[in-house]
Design a protein around this ligand. Structure first.
Ligand code: NAD
Length: 317
C-alpha cells in the first residue's frame, strides 16, 4: 500500500534529491509545500486532508488541521520545538508525533555565539555605516572575564557553553530541571532565575516556548538586568515580551539584544527593527547545510518507521 506525505520545510527543497530514493522505496508519494513560505492554518487544513504523514517545520498543526486529516498517522517535526503542533489533539487521534533532537544544536549554538559578538561589537551596524560611506567607530564590550547566563541547559545551551569556553567567562545557568552531574563535570553553577538576571553580562535563552515560558522575560526581568548587559534569544519568539524589550532598548536601559526569533515572523510593523542596538536574523538558527541534512535524515527515518508500523527513534508522543 502506498502513502501520501506532505513536506513543508522550504530548506528541505535544497536536499530533497538525497531522500527521494528512501521515500520511493517506502512507497511514499511526496507533496512539497506549494506556497514557498510558512503555510497558513486554512491552507494546511486543505493540504493534509488525505495525507498519511507530514514532515513539518514551523507551520501550524492545530486541532482544526488534525481533525480534518482523517488518514493522518504521523507528524514528523523537522526540528526540536513542537510548540506549533497541538499535541493533545494528536494524542486524541493516536497520531504519533516525532522530532529531531540534537540534529541542529550545533548550528543554533554557533549562531548564538555569532549574535553575541555581533551585539557586543556592533558588527552589523558598523557594516551598515561603512556602506553609507560613514566611518563611525563604535565602542563595544569584550567577552573576556564577563559573566554568561544561560537559561536552559538542554542540548543547545550546553553546546553554547562548550563553544564559549575559550573566552574565559564565568558561567551561570538556570533550568527548571537542572543537570547537576553535567554542571559539576563542566564546572558551571546553577543559580536561581533572578540571580542569573542580576549578575549576568550576557544572557542567552535556550528553552522551549510553553504556556509557562511565554513572556518569561518581561519588564520585571529586564529591569533586573545590568545596564551594560545584553540578551540573546535563538529559541522562540514569545519568550521575550517584545513591547517591553523595545522600551528597554530604546531607552538604553540595557546595552543590546540579538534575536533570531520573533513572536510574529516575518515582522509586520514591529518597531524593534528600527533599533541600532538590536541585531536580528530571520530564524536561521538551524539553517546550515549540515543541520538541514541531519534533520531531514532523522525526520524521514522517524516518518518511515511509523508508517511501516515500527517504533520511531525520536517519539514526542
Ligand atoms: P532541549 O529540550 O534539549 O533543552 C531545553 C531545556 O529547557 C531543557 O533543559 C529543559 O529542562 C529546559 N526547560 C524547559 N522548560 C523550562 C522552563 N519553564 N524554565 C526553565 N527551563 C526550562 O532543547 P534544545 O535542543 O536545547 O532547544 C531549545 C529550544 O531552541 C527549542 O525548544 C526550540 O524552540 C529552539 N530552537 C530554535 C531554533 C532556531 O532555528 N532558532 C532551532 C532549534 C531549536
Amino acid at each position: 500500500m502506498g502513502f501520501k506525505v506532505l513536506i513543508t520545510p522550504r530548506s528541505f527543497e535544497h536536499i530533497k534529491d538525497k531522500f527521494w530514493g528512501l521515500l520511493k522505496d517506502a512507497e511514499i508519494e511526496v507533496v512539497m509545500n506549494p506556497y514557498g513560505r510558512v503555510i497558513k492554518e486554512d491552507e494546511m487544513v486543505e493540504l493534509v486532508r488525505d495525507m498519511d504523514g507530514i514532515i513539518v517545520g514551523i507551520d501550524p498543526i492545530t486541532k482544526k488541521v488534525i481533525d480534518n486529516a482523517r488518514k493522518l498517522k504521523v507528524i514528523s517535526k523537522y526540528g526540536v520545538g513542537v510548540d506549533n503542533i497541538d499535541l493533545e489533539a494528536a494524542k486524541e487521534r493516536n497520531i504519533v508525533v516525532t522530532n529531531t533532537p540534537n540534529a541542529n544544536s550545533n548550528a543554533v549554538a554557533e549562531l548564538t555565539v555569532g549574535l553575541i559578538i555581533s551585539v557586543l561589537r556592533n558588527i552589523p551596524l558598523s557594516d551598515r555605516r561603512v556602506r553609507e560611506k560613514k566611518w563611525d567607530r563604535f565602542i563595544g564590550y569584550e567577552l573576556y572575564g564577563k559573566t554568561l547566563g544561560v537559561i536552559g541547559t538542554g542540548s543547545i545551551g550546553k553546546r553554547v557553553i562548550k563553544l564559549l569556553r575559550g573566552f574565559d567567562l564565568n558561567i551561570l545557568c538556570y533550568d527548571k530541571f537542572p543537570d547537576y552531574e553535567w554542571a559539576e563535570k563542566e564546572n558551571v553553577k546553577y543559580v536561581d532565575f533572578n540571580e542569573l538576571l542580576k549578575r549576568s553580562d550576557i544572557i542567552t535563552i535556550h528553552i522551549p516556548l510553553t504556556e509557562e515560558t511565554r513572556h518569561l522575560i518581561s519588564e520585571r526581568e529586564l529591569s533586573l538586568m545590568k545596564k551594560t548587559a545584553i540578551i540573546i534569544n535563538t529559541s522562540r519568539g514569545g519568550i521575550i515580551n517584545e513591547e517591553d524589550l523595545y522600551k528597554f532598548l530604546k531607552e538604553e536601559k540595557i546595552y543590546g539584544a540579538g534575536l533570531d526569533v520573533l513572536e510574529d515572523e516575518p515582522p509586520k510593523n514591529s518597531p524593534l527593527i528600527e533599533l541600532n542596538n538590536l541585531v536580528i536574523t530571520s530564524h536561521i538558527g538551524a539553517h546550515t547545510q549540515e543541520s538541514i541534512e541531519n534533520m531531514a535524515f532523522i525526520a524521514v527515518d522517524n516518518l518511515i518507521s511509523v508508517l511501516k508500523g515500527k517504533e520511531p527513534k525520536f517519539r514526542v508522543c
